[in-house]
Ligand binder design. Sequence first.
Ligand SMILES: O=C(CO)COP(=O)(O)O
Length: 150
Amino acid sequence: MQFIAQPLPATKRVALVAHDNRKQALIDWCREHRELLGRHQLLATGTTGTRIQEATGMEVQKLFSGPLGGDQQLGAKICQGEIDLLVFFWDPFEPMPHDPDVKALLRIAAVWNIPVACNSSSADMIVRSTLMEESFEREVPDYQAYQRAR
Ligand SMILES: O=C(CO)COP(=O)(O)O
């Protein structure tokens, strides 16, 4: 695979997702970082987005609920370069009926090299980084080269 540099913008499009047992933790995290998150664009799977919007008053673009395809919608947006940070508090204690979708979302986030936080300490470290509010370059697969080679 060849790679090319592609910048993540200073104003981030932040995807927020939490499984049911982790929703309160994500809501608490969003409350704690409300001021910073308010300077970015937020989107979320359906139930997570509704709960965060109710709890914080922040505007959140809501996709489908995870088990009905929301994880896949987020994955598609990552491929299209429409998400700059994934904060996904997935549940390490319960099996999910849509586990293949969860795995696919995490895989595609790795493919397109976006920052991913799966718990509050990693999310804290990411949002406290100076890069959170700066543009920075990261490497992504070179799709044109990939196509030419096939
Ligand atoms: O299931 C989810 C992620 O895998 C989250 O979906 P909801 O935000 O709709 O609960």
